[in-house]
Design a protein around this ligand. Structure first.
Ligand code: ADP
Ligand code: MG
Length: 287
């Protein structure tokens, strides 16, 4: 709509992002002057050990930092500067244009409502004039898209009636129903066993190619990003250690720290896509 020229190549452009906590001992920076871009339709992996600032980076993008934390720098999403955006405008972006998937779907799902009700109500809260009946249809379709079998029946089940992997599928369905342009998945498979992990990663890759949404996949596990992302950012103690094409970082890491992370990856063979072999035939448990 606007005539102003803008960065049309990148969906997300992060510059000089710093996240700090005010503590009794003064300001402590947990993300330090981070720069990275996410191309339209691209998939970016943010990798680093626990405590390296990955979650604070994603929460800074979402404008959901915890109390006591502040951010500086620039976060440009589809040409809009998010750091100065009023909360009201941010609320219409969050969940709708930028959606987030967390490690533990149980903490994001309400145990007292059916998954269908939760997907439908989340959808209705972002789309005015949608009836309950229409939203329920959207919920069933979204569940079908994430390959939950018998979705028309499962839509009326409660979170505890789903396995961990299936609950994560429900969360992804909820995300999908919003048709976001950017999906941020923060350790989405960390709580899952390795076979189910691979299936969820395949699903994220499929969604990305089906919808053209950009993806940021955050993980401490390099094997996880190898399967899905094309660009990698490696973080340590809030610093950017290195970044580049995923393939380049896998085959020719420039930093000892990255090499150390790579050495921790269980090697099935020397190819990229280590978990591929695990993904194919096994059916995930249903309940
Ligand atoms: N509420 C808080 N107050 C002070 N420091 C915090 C708070 N929450 C997180 N941190 C610190 O911020 C750093 C980065 O945390 P986080 O982004 O969650 O790491 P990661 O997701 O990479 O494991 C950690 O050192 C953590 O201890
Ligand atoms: Mg984290």
């Amino acid at each position: 709509m606007s005539e102003t020229p803008r960065d049309t190549e990148n969906l997300l452009r992060v510059r000089d992002l710093t996240v700090g906590f005010h503590t009794a001992a003064g300001q402590v920076d947990v993300v330090k002057q981070l720069d990275f871009d996410l191309a339209r339709g691209g998939a970016l992996g943010i990798v680093g050990e626990s405590g390296s600032g990955k979650s604070m980076t994603s929460l800074a993008i979402m404008g959901l930092l915890p109390k006591g934390a502040s951010r500086s720098g620039s976060i440009e999403f589809d040409g809009t500067e998010l750091t100065t955006l009023p909360e009201r405008a941010m609320r219409s972006i969050r969940g709708d244009r930028i959606a987030m998937i967390f490690q533990d779907p149980l903490s994001s799902l309400n145990p007292y409502y059916t998954v269908g009700t939760q997907i439908a109500e989340a959808y209705r809260s972002h789309r005015s004039g949608v009836t309950r009946r229409q939203a329920r249809k959207v919920a069933i379709e979204a569940m079908e898209r994430v390959h939950i079998r018998d979705a028309a029946r499962r839509v009326d089940h409660y979170p505890h009636q789903f396995s961990g992997g299936m609950r994560q599928r429900v969360m992804i369905a909820m995300t999908l129903s919003m048709e976001p342009e950017l999906i941020i998945a923060d350790e989405p498979t960390t709580a899952l066993d390795v076979t189910v992990q691979a299936q969820i990663l395949d699903l994220l890759a499929e969604i990305r190619s089906d919808t053209g949404a950009g993806l940021i996949l955050i993980t401490h596990d390099l094997a996880v990003v190898s399967q899905v992302t094309d660009h990698l950012v490696v973080m340590r103690d809030g610093d950017l250690v290195e970044q580049g094409a995923a393939e380049q970082i896998f085959t020719d890491p420039q930093r000892d720290y990255t090499r150390m992370l790579l050495d921790a990856v269980p090697r099935i063979d020397d190819e990229i896509g280590l978990l591929r072999t695990l993904t194919a035939p096994t059916a995930e448990e249903e309940s």
